[in-house]
Design a protein around this ligand. Structure first.
Ligand code: GRF
Length: 226
């Protein structure tokens, strides 16, 4: 698919909960700074607050409740079929709390991004803020990465660094990281929309036609004005 400045990148966003990253993507798209057309928001949880955010913005929503499927494979197949119905150029995981089967991940190879609240490869998995504090780290943050079969293990394209303060608890740290996530994800998606980043056949990120040897640092970039 070839995007031009006049053709916003069609995306589908997957959520499971609150939807604050979804909100930041909607806001940036509405401002015109992020050149995407959000074709649908799909949740695996019927009561995800993010569904209301999407509806309020006039975006199509769907619920695929994973509890109603016999196993992971049948859920993933149904999800894939619903996503592909919208023909997205990019699938955006925004707080989508499901492990994904290898076949599903392979189907979206190079066209599915995730945001994770840590400086990957540090702290994959859950409860990253509490674990960062407990481990005595001085720095924490968030990462945007391409999705590969290894959970939170795909190549990272962009990170935001957040210092951990002596009096931080998991909630205060999470709040500061989340504020950075809301700047981070729209920028990464915009780079994809502008075709500045892609995965090559070896799983290496190419950024502006060069191999990206280290993740870009948000502090060195111009976040989108939204
Ligand atoms: C974020 O911290 C994101 O990094 C992680 O899940 C959380 C989702 O939050 N993957 P929200 O639903 O976008 O508010």
């Amino acid at each position: 698919m070839t995007q031009t400045a006049a053709t916003p990148l069609p995306i589908v966003i997957l959520i499971s909960g609150r939807g604050s990253n979804l909100q930041s993507i909607i806001d940036c798209a509405a401002s015109g700074a992020l050149s995407v057309e959000i074709r649908a928001v799909i949740s695996n949880r019927p009561h995800a607050a993010g569904l209301e955010i999407a509806r309020a913005a006039g975006i199509s929503t769907e619920v695929l409740d994973h509890d109603r499927y016999a196993d992971r494979q049948s859920f993933d197949q149904a999800l894939q079929s619903r996503i592909d119905h919208y023909q997205p150029g990019l699938v955006v995981l925004a707080g989508f709390m499901r492990l994904l089967s290898d076949d599903f991940v392979a189907h979206y190879h190079g066209r599915m991004l995730n945001i994770h609240p840590s400086l990957l490869p540090e702290l994959p998995g859950l409860n990253t803020h509490r674990r960062a504090i407990k481990a005595g780290h001085s720095k924490h943050g968030a990462s945007v990465h391409f999705v590969t079969p290894e959970v939170d293990g795909g190549p990272v394209l962009l990170q935001a660094h957040v210092p951990i303060k002596p009096d931080d608890d998991p909630e205060s740290l999470a709040e500061r990281v989340l504020a950075q996530e809301h700047r981070l994800y729209p920028l990464a998606i915009q780079w994809f929309a502008e075709q500045r980043i892609f995965l090559d056949e070896h799983g290496q990120i190419i950024f502006d036609e060069q191999p990206l040897l280290h993740p870009r640092d948000l502090a060195m970039e111009h976040a989108l004005p939204c």
